[in-house]
Design a protein around this ligand. Structure first.
Ligand code: NOJ
Ligand code: CA
Length: 675
C-alpha cells in the first residue's frame, strides 16, 4: 500500500484488518500521521510528522506509554536530519511465521508483526531518510535507514536524537553508562528522573504496574546506545563515542540497530518475549551442527579464590597434571569441556594494566602439554575449552586470531572463551564504541570460519546476534560469579540474581558460572557467596545459557554428589520456557521443558527474604512425574547456614500445587521426570 502526498485518504489495510488512518496533504504542517497496531491490536504505534518534526507515540491497551518522542540525527559538518522532512510514501505489511532455533530457551519462535516503512525527504535539500517500525504483540522495534544519495556520502554521527518520552515518572532498574569497560555493576532501582545515564536493557515498571524494557537489537557497525535523562520521564539515546568525539562513522547506505520497547503485563512477559531475536537477521552460517549446547568445568574458580595463579609460577593452575584430573572428572560425570585459564605465555607480566600486554595465543608455557592434553581429553570424549585473555589488546589478538583459531580447530577444540580485562580497548576506545562493536563481531565471524563457539567475557551487551551467528553462544557482560570470590563488599548482594533475568539477561545468554558448593570460601577471609547451595542449583534453570559451567573445585562436588546430581541432570537446551511467577528484585520461578525428553525443570530463587512459594504445576503435561526436589532445609540461611539442603522425591501431576519454603537468599531446583 503506497500513498503519495496530496491525497487525503482513509485506508483499510486488508492484510491486517485494522483501520489505518492516513491523513496527508490536507494541511501538511498540521496533520501527517500514520498509525499501525500490533496483530492483537493491544499496541498502537503512531508516527507523527506534524509540523515536519518526526515523532512517535506508543499506546498500550488505551494507555499512552510514550508520547511524541523525537527522532533524528545530528552530524559533523553537515546539517542535522530531524525536521523539515516530508513523507513521500509508506508501506504497511504484515508477517506471521515461525522459525526454529538451533538452540535456545524455546525451540520454535513465532514472528508475528506489522511493519510500517516510511520514506521521507527533506523539503529543500531533498536528502532522504526512511524509518522502519515493527509492531509485535510484545512490543515495538524501529530503526533508521539512510539510503545511498548524493548529498550524504560519508557521515559522522555526533548525536542520535531518538527519545523514549514516557508520560509519567515510572521506576526503573538500571546500571549507569560510560564506565570504561565496566558493564559489571549492580542494578539500581530509581525513578526515571533520577537516572543520569543508563545502559540498556533498562527495565521500567510503570505507575500502573506494566513492565517495559528498552534495548536495541542487531548492534552491527554502529556504536552502542546508552540513555540519558533529558527531562523527568524522558530518556534519550546517548551513543558511545570514539576517542575523537564522533559517535558513529559510516557511509551511506546504512541502517541503525533496532531501538526496542518490550511491553508486558507481568515481569515474566519480558523474559518470554522473542522480540529481540525476531529483529535480528536469520542464521548466516548455514549448518551449525558443530555448535553444541554443553556443560563444562574448569581450572578457574581455584584461581579466583587464590589457590592457584594464572601466572606460570609455582602455583599455576594450568599444569598438565591438574588438567588431567579435571579431564578425568569431566569424563566420569558427563561434562563436555574443561576450560583451562593461564595455559599460554603472556600471564607472566602485569596483565591487569591498561597497556594490555602481548599475550601469545598459540604458545603454551612449559608446564602445560597442549597437544598431549587435548589428545587425552578426546580419548575420553571430552575437549579442552581454549582461553584467550586479550587484556583488551585487540590489535594483538586480531594479529594472531587466524593462527590461534586454526590451531584450536586442528586440535579439535569446539569453543573459546575470550576475555577483555582492562578498562579500554587498545588503550583508546570504549568496549561499547563502534570500534568495540566491530571488533567483537569480527571475532564471532572468525570463530565461525574455524568452527569455534565463542564465549565472551568483559564484552559488550548482547543484542540478539546469536540468531545470525549461532556460534555466539554466551557472554558475561554483567556482574558474574567471580565477584563473589574477591569483590569488594564481600560479593554480589542476594537480590542481584533476582534482577539480572529482567535486565541484562533479556539481551541474551550469560556465562554466569553457577554451582558454587563451598559457599563460605575458607581461603577468602572477607568473601562468601551470598546464597544457599540450593540457590546455586536453581540458577541452572533461572539463568538461560546454552553453555553452563559447574564452577566450583571438583573436590567440592565429590563431597556432595547427591546435590551435584542436579547439575549433571539439568539440560542446557530447551523446548520451551515459562516464567511461573516473579517480582523483579524479589524472586523468580522459572520452568523449562527439556528439548530431548518429556522432563521439565524448575528453578526458583529469592532475595535476602525467606519466602514460601505455592507453585501450581499446571504447566506439566498430563501424566505422572517424579518430582526430584532439591530445597533449602528449614535451618538453611545464606549468612548462617548456606549449605543445608534436603533432597526428596514425590509423585506429582499437573493438578498438584507444591508449597515450598526458600531460605533467605535461598533457592529451589526440581526435576520433573516423566514416568
Ligand atoms: C575476567 C573473566 O570474567 C574471568 O572469567 C577470567 O577468569 C578473568 N577475567 C581472567 O582473565
Ligand atoms: Ca568479568
Amino acid at each position: 500500500m503506497i500513498n503519495k502526498l496530496g491525497i487525503t485518504c482513509l485506508v483499510r489495510c486488508a492484510l491486517s484488518a485494522v483501520i489505518i488512518t492516513v491523513v496527508l496533504g490536507c494541511d501538511k504542517t498540521e496533520q501527517n500521521k500514520i498509525s499501525i497496531s500490533s496483530p492483537d491490536n493491544n499496541i498502537i504505534l503512531e508516527f507523527d510528522n506534524s509540523n515536519f518534526n518526526m515523532a512517535y507515540s506508543i499506546i498500550h491497551k488505551n494507555d499512552t506509554l510514550i508520547s511524541n518522542a523525537n527522532l533524528g540525527f545530528e552530524f559533523k559538518n553537515i546539517p542535522s536530519l530531524k525536521s523539515n522532512l516530508e513523507i513521500k510514501d509508506f508501506q504497511v505489511t504484515e508477517a506471521n511465521e515461525t522459525w526454529e532455533q538451533p538452540w535456545g530457551q524455546n525451540r520454535l519462535v513465532r514472528d508475528h508483526h506489522k511493519r510500517l516503512l516510511v520514506h521521507l525527504e527533506e523539503k529543500e535539500s531533498l536528502r532522504k531518510l526512511s524509518l522502519e517500525f515493527k509492531v509485535f504483540n510484545d512490543g515495538v522495534g524501529f530503526r533508521y535507514l539512510v539510503p545511498e544519495q548524493e548529498k550524504i556520502d560519508s557521515v559522522n554521527i555526533m548525536n542520535e536524537l531518538t527519545e523514549f518520552a514516557f508520560t509519567k515518572e515510572h521506576e526503573a532498574w538500571h546500571i549507569p553508562a560510560f564506565f570504561h569497560g565496566k558493564y559489571e555493576q549492580y542494578y539500581k532501582k530509581s525513578k526515571l528522573g533520577a537516572i543520569e545515564t543508563a545502559e540498556t536493557p533498562i527495565t521500567i515498571k510503570t505507575l500502573n504496574g506494566k513492565f517495559i524494557s528498552l534495548h536495541e537489537a542487531a548492534l552491527v557497525d554502529y556504536s552502542s546506545m546508552a540513555l540519558k535523562t533529558t527531562q523527568a520521564g524522558t530518556l534519550k539515546s546517548e551513543l558511545y563515542a570514539w576517542q575523537d568525539g564522533v559517535k558513529v562513522k559510516l557511509k551511506t547506505p546504512f541502517k541503525t540497530p533496532w531501538r526496542t520497547i518490550q511491553i508486558g503485563d507481568k515481569p515474566g512477559d519480558l523474559i518470554e518475549s522473542n522480540l529481540i531475536i525476531n529483529l535480528n537477521e536469520p542464521n548466516k552460517l548455514g549448518d551449525v551442527s558443530w555448535v553444541n549446547p554443553m556443560k563444562y568445568i574448569g581450572i578457574w574458580w581455584g584461581i579466583h579464590i587464590g589457590n592457584w595463579t594464572w601466572n606460570p609460577g609455582p602455583n599455576v593452575g594450568a599444569t598438565t597434571e591438574n588438567t588431567k584430573k579435571y579431564i578425568d572428572f569431566a569424563a566420569k560425570y558427563g561434562f563436555d569441556e574443561v576450560l583451562v585459564e593461564g595455559w599460554n605465555e603472556g600471564f607472566e607480566e602485569d596483565w591487569h594494566s591498561d597497556w594490555g600486554p602481548n599475550q601469545n595465543f598459540t604458545k603454551p608455557h612449559d608446564r602445560y602439554d597442549l597437544r598431549g592434553l587435548q589428545d587425552y581429553a578426546m580419548s575420553k570424549d571430552v575437549t579442552i575449552q581454549a582461553y584467550n585473555e586479550t587484556c583488551a589488546n585487540t590489535t594483538n589478538f586480531l594479529n594472531q586470531i587466524d593462527d590461534a583459531f586454526k590451531l584450536y580447530e586442528d586440535l579439535g577444540y569446539k569453543s573459546v572463551k575470550v576475555g577483555h580485562v582492562n578498562r579500554i580497548l587498545d588503550t583508546k576506545e570504549f568496549h561499547h564504541s563502534q570500534y568495540g562493536v566491530s571488533y567483537f563481531n569480527k571475532v564471532v565471524e572468525k570463530g565461525a570460519q574455524y568452527h569455534l563457539a565463542i564465549n565472551f567475557h568483559e564484552a559488550i551487551k548482547p543484542t540478539g546476534l546469536r540468531r545470525t551467528y549461532p556460534n555466539l553462544v554466551a557472554r558475561e557482560s554483567a556482574r558474574g560469579q567471580e565477584f563473589n570470590a574477591w569483590g569488594e563488599n564481600g560479593g554480589n548482594p542476594p537480590e542481584h540474581l533476582t534482577i539480572l533475568p529482567f535486565t541484562r539477561l533479556l539481551g541474551g545468554p550469560m556465562d554466569f558460572t553457577p554451582g558454587i558448593f563451598q559457599i563460605d570460601i575458607p581461603q577468602q577471609e572477607h568473601n562468601q557467596v551470598n546464597t544457599t547451595l540450593c540457590k546455586q542449583l536453581a540458577l541452572y534453570v533461572v539463568i538461560y545459557s546454552p553453555i553452563q559451567m559447574a564452577a566450583d573445585l571438583i573436590e567440592n562436588y565429590e563431597k556432595r554428589l547427591d546435590a551435584f546430581q542436579f547439575i549433571r541432570d539439568v539440560p542446557v537446551n530447551w523446548e520451551t520456557t515459562k516464567i511461573l511467577d516473579a517480582q523483579i528484585g524479589d524472586y523468580i520461578v522459572t520452568a523449562r521443558k527439556d528439548i530431548n525428553s518429556e522432563d521439565w525443570f524448575l528453578g526458583a530463587i529469592t532475595d535476602a527474604h525467606s519466602r514460601t512459594l505455592e507453585i501450581t504445576l499446571d504447566f506439566l503435561e498430563a501424566g505422572t512425574y517424579e518430582a526430584q526436589i532439591y530445597r533449602d532445609s528449614d535451618a538453611a540461611d545464606y549468612a548462617q547456614n548456606p549449605m543445608a539442603y534436603i533432597i526428596e522425591s514425590q509423585d506429582v501431576s499437573n493438578t498438584d500445587v507444591l508449597k515450598i519454603k526458600l531460605a533467605r537468599s535461598g533457592g529451589l531446583a526440581i526435576r520433573f521426570k516423566k514416568k
